[in-house]
Design a protein around this ligand. Structure first.
Ligand code: AMP
Ligand code: ZN
Length: 474
């Protein structure tokens, strides 16, 4: 093990704390997986990139990590609470396919995105629909212990039985309403407004395709039970780190804790690691809004997925990150320069062990400070400037890339001119579109502003009968 202290912000205590695992040298880690009714958007992927860095950092300093992830292929309703319909069903209807086909297709697409982004596949990936008997068992125990009740046609968790329900930091008032909302679909079966469904039977979702027999009738599980059950199946009753995006804090993770600790009778997970959102100018990127950016779209526009990974690593995971094409273009340039610089390191000279150990540790110290990826990248730049042999630097780059996974050691191929321009082209086309919209709305001042913005970047717009074309200024 490297002799480095690991500090993590813990949503449970709202403090940065020293990380101490349950078992010396070992870490059990759980990640809420994607709901596979659509492509992952680059906001979701930000969360998985940062969780990947956490896992790889822990391995880098010498922990033996076991990471488990579920695939949500049933039970996540269109609201994060108990209202709406199953997202999978809505996805299947949208595409005129079966739920299983949708699940398979989008799970594969997600795995492919992860591969391109250098995200390691978790040690266990478990679709919720594989584990129905485990969910039923957990619900039976909760009923036996008096933490659940059957009402109407569903099984509910009784939050009034807990000493404290809101153990994780409470979000804004409107976030709280998501989990307890009753305006859309008044659920008169609930004893308390914060109670949530463990098992749906004959319910308002008549078209539900996926149903299983249970002691309470044919039905399907609620969303929250799957993570409690799948994590315990593979990691046991004590977990070190649970990860997810901040939108999962409430109600999902709050409900996971309620179920898990009532089931076991003791504390379940020690550290809660939450990644803040990727936003666009118009707000949080979200799948349900229907308009979102995918990794494939970025690739179509000519960006290497590694550029998006670096874009994420340059910001701290606890801060919201605003996406813009301009910012991505800047990172594309940074990435290219960095790779070239590494490629130019010579292969001569002696390996210098002392320098290697010193910088290996500096990199770990930067990340050990609540996974500060941008300072880890600063360490990389400082290391490249260091006064020691290139061959040692090459070795250190490879070592750092075990965590960064930016393909820094891959041979950096010169990209053809057109490909380098592709990012710029996408940006210009976006601006031309915005200008067209502005003109349509008779906002000529904004249209002129966009033309001038582009001109300042050396791009001249020409309005022709076929539409607006552009060229580089002489
Ligand atoms: P979902 O597929 O909706 O279950 O979400 C998968 C993961 O992405 C969860 O950990 C979410 O908390 C996270 N997530 C959702 N939206 C965003 C976003 N805009 N930025 C970062 N993470 C997000
Ligand atoms: Zn979960």
């Amino acid at each position: 093990m490297l002799d480095v202290k690991t500090s993590l912000y813990n949503t449970l205590t709202k403090k940065i704390e020293e990380f101490v695992p349950n078992e010396k040298g070992k870490v059990g880690m759980y990640t809420c997986g994607p709901t596979v009714y659509h492509f992952a958007h680059i906001g979701n992927l930000r969360s998985y990139i940062m969780e990947d860095v956490l896992e790889k950092y822990l391995r880098y300093v010498g922990y033996d990590v076991k990471r488990v992830m579920n695939i949500t292929d049933v039970g996540h309703l269109t609201s994060d609470g108990d209202t709406g319909e199953d997202k999978m069903l809505a996805g299947a209807r949208r595409e005129h396919k079966s739920v299983m086909d949708i699940a398979r297709f989008y799970t594969d697409a997600f795995m492919e995105d992860c591969r391109k982004l250098g995200i390691k596949k978790p040690d266990v990936v478990e679709p919720a629909t594989n584990c129905i008997p485990d969910f039923i068992h957990m619900i039976e125990v909760l009923l036996e212990k008096g933490y659940a009740y059957v009402s109407g046609d569903n099984v509910y968790f009784d939050t009034s039985k807990l000493d404290q329900y809101y153990v994780l930091s409470v979000q804004k008032e409107e976030d709280l309403k998501v989990g307890v909302r009753s305006d859309v679909d008044e659920d008169t079966n609930k004893r308390n407004k914060t109670d949530f469904v463990l098992w749906f039977t004959k319910s308002k979702f008549e078209n539900q395709e996926m149903k299983w027999d249970s002691p309470w009738g044919t039905g399907y599980p609620g969303w929250h039970i799957e993570c409690s059950s799948i994590s315990m199946k593979h990691l046991g009753e004590y977990m070190d780190i649970h990860c997810g995006g901040v939108d999962n804090i409430f109600p999902h993770h709050t409900n996971e804790i309620a179920q898990s600790e009532s089931y076991t009778g003791h504390k379940w997970c020690n550290y809660w690691f939450h990644i803040n959102h990727l936003n666009t100018k118009s707000g949080k990127m979200s799948k349900s809004k229907g308009e979102f950016l995918t990794l494939s779209l970025l690739e179509e526009k000519g960006y290497d997925p590694m550029v998006y990974r670096l874009f994420c690593l340059l910001s701290h995971y606890r801060k919201p990150l605003e996406f813009s094409w301009e910012a991505l273009d800047n990172v594309a340039v940074t990435y290219e320069k960095l790779c070239k610089r590494i490629q130019n390191l010579s292969e001569n000279g002696e390996e210098e062990e002392e320098a290697f150990d010193e910088w290996e540790k500096k990199f770990a110290v930067a990340l050990g400070n609540d996974i500060n990826t941008s300072s880890a990248i600063t360490v990389l730049y400082d290391m490249l400037k260091g006064d020691f042999s290139d061959i040692t630097k090459r070795k250190l780059v490879a070592r750092f890339d075990e965590v960064l996974s930016l393909n820094l050691t891959g041979v950096f191929e010169e990209k053809p001119e057109e490909e380098l321009d592709a990012g710029l082209t996408a940006y210009i086309e976006q601006k031309i579109g915005e200008r067209k919209e502005a003109k349509k709305e008779k906002n000529f001042a904004r249209a002129d502003e966009i033309r001038d913005e582009l001109l300042a970047k050396g791009i001249v717009l020409k309005d022709t009968r076929e539409g607006t074309i552009w060229e580089k200024a002489e």
